[in-house]
Design a protein around this ligand. Structure first.
Ligand code: SF4
Length: 240
């Protein structure tokens, strides 16, 4: 079973081996070596999901290095089949998508039937113009948040990945404040490999920004009584 390379989960399943969103900060799909590894690493995601029928106590991300809801999902329903299996296992399933409107409209039954399935999205800015440049093919961040707000009305477990946190986009605290009433769990992550991705940011600039801004974010999250997770790369900046 694929162990997770993200530290807030134990396992991950990659359903589709491409991603339609073309985010400017995505290292996986902008690095030839990573891309070829993901494309070559073939396994049947439905069979992978089936193996969890014999496992428990896991937290499984669907999906980390690609989005689980590309247009192809409407025809193939692969993610749906993976989730149907995983939900039956009793393990925690954390769905991460740039388009939570799709599972909300098609797969809501899997999130509200007493299963431990959480619906999550990534938001790194509240500015639609910035998002249009950095996440050109994704629904705008307000639509993503609106989908999770609706999910919460159905008592779905919701989570928000704020990653990468980019110093030139000072929206972190506003994202938390805006979403606090409908997000249960937050994951905060650093901006990895900015130079390779064409962003002119030094480690020192990142360190200074994170040491200034992340404690404020933590204080706000704790004052709201929110559960959160600081990813290890970000923690390293805080400890440096
Ligand atoms: S949605 Fe995720 S996997 Fe897809 S390009 Fe964006 S950051 Fe990469």
């Amino acid at each position: 079973m694929p162990r997770s390379s993200v530290d807030y989960a134990t396992d991950q399943i990659t359903v589709y081996r491409y991603c339609p969103y073309n985010c400017a900060y995505c290292y996986v799909w902008r690095n030839k070596l990573f891309t070829s590894r993901v494309v070559r690493g073939r396994y049947d995601p439905v069979e992978e999901a089936r193996k969890y029928l014999r496992k428990n106590g896991r937290t499984i991300v669907v999906s980390f290095v690609s989005d689980p809801y590309p247009p192809e999902e409407a025809v193939r329903g692969l993610t749906r089949r993976v989730l149907e299996l995983l939900c039956r296992t009793g393990n925690r399933v954390m769905v991460l998508t740039k388009n939570p409107l799709i599972p909300l409209s098609r797969d809501l039954d899997l999130f509200i039937n007493g299963y431990d399935a959480w619906l999550g999205t990534t938001v790194i800015t509240l500015n639609n113009s910035v998002a249009a440049v950095l996440e050109p093919n994704a629904p705008n961040p307000w639509l993503r948040l609106e989908a999770l707000k609706i999910a919460k009305e159905y008592r779905v477990g919701t989570w928000l990945s704020i990653e990468p946190i980019i110093p030139t986009i000072p929206d972190l605290l506003d994202i938390i404040k805006y979403s606090k009433d409908f997000i249960d769990y937050y994951v905060l992550g650093a901006f990895n490999y900015p130079k390779h991705l064409g962003f002119n940011l030094s480690r020192e600039e990142l360190r200074r920004y994170y040491q200034y801004e992340i404690p404020k974010a933590i204080e706000i999250l704790e004052s709201y009584g929110k559960k959160y997770f600081i990813k290890k790369e970000l923690k390293r900046y805080l400890e440096a």
